[in-house]
Design a protein. Structure first.
Length: 430
């Protein structure tokens, strides 16, 4: 009788994306042990051992042992660990190569642990949506589209990590050695029957601080103030979901928190060396999808809505790029339909013409009046393909203006990321 080959293991319910935070040991703090070594870690390489460690920490698997900050054994629970976002994996091919710890981690300490260990920070969670199919719409890359897609076919982890590096990626459908397909739609409906496909959804971003930058960023009303270090003030702003930014006066160590940006785009620091400014980078979504776009003038049958059609190609031949005649101060804009908290804007510039975007300003306004708009990013340096730019403020309209004479609008896609303002509720109001 013949023997059937063994069935492949089922895909994990959750995949974890992470990045190396330290390759020279780690800071000693409370840490719990998940795996003792290769004898119980299911991975068989540095990458797969680290992924198994990340899964165990995220899923709060049974604790095998624990140590305090001095390395002494103790009894610890997951309640004491809190929301762990760091883990430690042994970077060696020695007999204990699979050793794994979950840890609470603080920056700024001496790295006292052996340098065979690597500390990682968990950044995103990918939840299994279904097996045996892929998303019906929203595909923008995969198969052999580019070098990154080809490299990502080698493993599910590589596919997850590639999605993590692309802001527009919302879902992945992975088929071993064949495709790492990425999708930009907010929802994924299963289509076709393909037994070896697995499809995962990318989680929302964690709130994190961007800063400090030199200078104050005031003008918006304060929701709260406190005395503290920059790190203490960062923690307060992250933990209170209404907070969008704060400024800290160095001389008094006083932090002033805001739940809104003022109309003059005060997310931009003013350069005063007695102050620090920081803003929150938090959960965001693609706000511009399905919205109305217009531009100052059109040529080559390439109107403004083509920049919102979801086609990421930078090739003019794709029929998905806007074009204006040569003109003075041409502009393009999208109406988000409601005031939104903008975080960043991505522009895909036509291949072969990097100079046409040179000097462009990304601008925000709450009214349909370019004269009332304030620049949040720019002047841009010429580029080809996709570029992503910080652009923080509260606005309904997002503009791209290219100052000067003899200028062209000639880009292929615009993506505006942030969240709807009325969906952000301040946690405190003083």
């Amino acid at each position: 009788l013949g023997c059937w080959p063994p069935s492949p293991p089922p895909p994990p319910d959750v995949m974890v994306s992470y990045s190396e935070a330290s390759t020279q040991g780690y800071c000693r703090d409370l840490h719990v042990r998940m795996f003792d070594g290769d004898s119980d870690n299911p991975g068989n390489s540095k990458a797969t051992r680290a992924q198994a460690c990340a899964q165990a920490c995220y899923n709060k698997a049974p604790i095998k042992g624990a140590n305090d900050a001095t390395g002494q054994p103790l009894t610890a629970t997951w309640e004491e660990m809190g929301d762990t976002i760091s883990f430690i994996s042994y970077d060696s091919e020695a007999s204990n190569a699979g050793r794994c710890y979950c840890t609470r981690e603080y920056d700024g300490c001496d790295r006292t642990a052996p340098n065979q260990y690597v500390r990682y920070e968990i950044s995103r969670i990918y939840e299994l949506q279904f097996t045996g199919g892929y998303c019906a719409s929203g595909y923008y890359a995969g198969n052999n589209d580019d070098a990154a897609s080809i490299a990502a076919k080698v493993s599910l982890q590589a596919c997850v990590d590639l999605c993590n590096s692309e802001a527009q990626c919302k879902f992945i459908s992975y088929q071993p050695q064949y495709t790492c397909s990425r999708y930009s739609d907010a929802a994924c409906t299963k289509t076709d029957s393909a037994a070896d496909f697995v499809t995962y959804k990318k989680s929302a971003e964690e709130r994190s601080i961007v800063g400090p930058a030199v200078g104050g960023c005031g003008n918006a009303p304060y929701m709260h103030q406190m005395v503290g270090t920059f790190e203490e003030c960062s923690d307060w702003c992250i933990q209170n979901t209404g907070c969008v930014k704060f400024q800290r006066r160095i001389a008094t160590t006083t932090c002033y928190f805001s739940d809104a940006f003022s109309t003059n785009n005060d997310a931009q620091p003013n350069g005063n060396t007695d102050w620090q400014c920081a803003v929150i980078e938090g959960p965001s979504s693609l706000l511009s999808e399905g919205k109305t776009a217009t531009q100052s003038a059109t040529s080559h049958s390439a109107p403004a809505p083509l920049a919102l059609d979801g086609n990421p190609s930078a090739d003019w031949g794709s029929g998905s790029c806007v074009h204006s005649p040569s003109s003075t101060d041409p502009w393009w804009k999208v109406d988000l339909e409601t005031t939104s908290r903008i975080q960043r804007v991505a522009i895909t510039e036509r291949l072969g013409y990097p100079g046409r975007i040179e000097g462009a300003l990304i601008m925000l306004s709450d009214t349909d009046d370019l004269q009332s708009a304030n620049a949040c990013s720019g002047p841009l340096v010429g580029f080809e393909g996709r570029g992503e730019f910080d652009c923080r403020g509260d606005a309904r309209y997002v503009w791209i203006k290219i100052p000067g004479s003899g200028k062209y609008l000639n880009f292929c896609e615009v993506e505006v990321y942030g969240n709807v303002l009325n969906a952000v509720t301040p946690a405190y109001k003083y």
